[in-house]
Design a protein around this ligand. Structure first.
Ligand SMILES: [Zn+2]
Length: 308
């Protein structure tokens, strides 16, 4: 199993264990109460008896009434002791899979989320504000920046609404601090609210995953690369900030852009010339390919700073 998967399962297991543990402690505390314990044991006996008679097609209406009465008394006693029936059920962080990572024989959606969090090493996706794309806080911007951002956010809003029917590679370029990562974060949050999975990776981290892939034994290679191609949207933030590793960075970036059938969003401080020089013609021509790609120059003052 790839390292990130092991870590994701460890997180899930811990969460499952603590939910089970909490529910067990509630039960222990309740059972210390003699009245609750006796009601509980009678309820159990009755439930068993009901099932036995029902399996022989016998009338269980009297038993049913008795059971209802006892279980109401049990619930009342629980309440007197400060608990409700819900406290006896483990509160898993994912109700779909009960924190096992598997639902209906498949990997659960929560596993994907945890895997992505592990891969991005807990880095928060910028711009957490709900509905930012549709309601950008333009009031905090200067008049010039306001116009630029109105256009940008209208464009990105359209992107988020049309997703996944969008250009395969979307590149946001512009100087340091114009709010590219912030804009990519806003798109990511909008897509996650629509139920899409987003893997938001800093280019430095992506490069580390490339290196992991390069060094992984053959049987693990596929699973190291899989999340990069499977996420509905992959954001590569700050392309150009990573060190160029021989036979790794450019090669695997090219493989990634070729193998991914789902959209990618890239942010970078590099201009066209610098991108071409650094990542060679073959990657550059993918970023520039008019049919499948779009490059947007983000201009304006620092949105992030003004937001804070
Ligand atoms: Zn789950």
């Amino acid at each position: 199993m790839a390292d990130y998967l092991e870590r994701a399962y460890r997180i899930l297991n811990e969460s499952r264990d603590s939910a089970l543990d909490a529910a067990r402690k509630v039960r222990e505390r309740l059972n210390e109460d003699p009245l609750f314990a006796s009601l509980e044991s009678e309820c159990r006996k009755l439930a068993f008896e009901k099932a036995r008679l029902a399996s022989q097609n016998r009338d269980i209406s009297t038993l049913n009434a008795k059971y209802e009465e006892l279980s109401a008394r049990r619930a009342k006693r629980m309440e007197e002791l400060g608990y409700s029936a819900a406290d006896l059920k483990p509160k898993f962080s994912c109700e779909l899979c009960g924190d096992t990572g598997k639902a209906n024989g498949k990997d659960c959606v929560c596993l994907k989320k945890i895997v992505y969090a592990v891969l991005s090493e807990g880095q928060d996706i910028p711009c957490g504000e709900e509905g930012f794309l549709t309601r950008p806080r333009l009031d905090v911007l200067t008049a010039d920046a306001r116009d630029a951002y109105k256009k940008l956010y209208a464009l990105l809003n359209r992107y988020a609404l049309s997703f996944p029917e969008v250009k395969k590679i979307y590149t946001l370029t512009g100087a340091v601090g114009v709010g590219k990562s912030y804009a990519a974060g806003a798109v990511s949050h909008a897509l996650m609210r629509r139920g899409f999975s987003v893997l938001f990776l800093n280019a430095v981290r992506l490069n580390e995953i490339f290196l992991e892939y390069h060094l992984a034994p053959l049987h693990l290679k596929q699973s190291v690369f899989a999340p990069l191609t499977e996420a509905d949207l992959l954001v590569v933030d700050d392309l150009g900030a990573e060190p160029l590793l021989n036979n790794v960075t450019v090669n695997y970036l090219y493989s990634l852009l070729s193998e991914r059938t789902k959209p990618v969003m890239i942010t970078t401080n590099l201009d066209a010339e610098a991108l071409k020089a650094r990542y060679t013609d073959r990657i550059f021509s993918r970023l520039l390919d008019k049919k499948n790609s779009k490059i947007i120059n983000v201009a304006g003052s620092d949105l992030r700073l003004k937001e804070r």
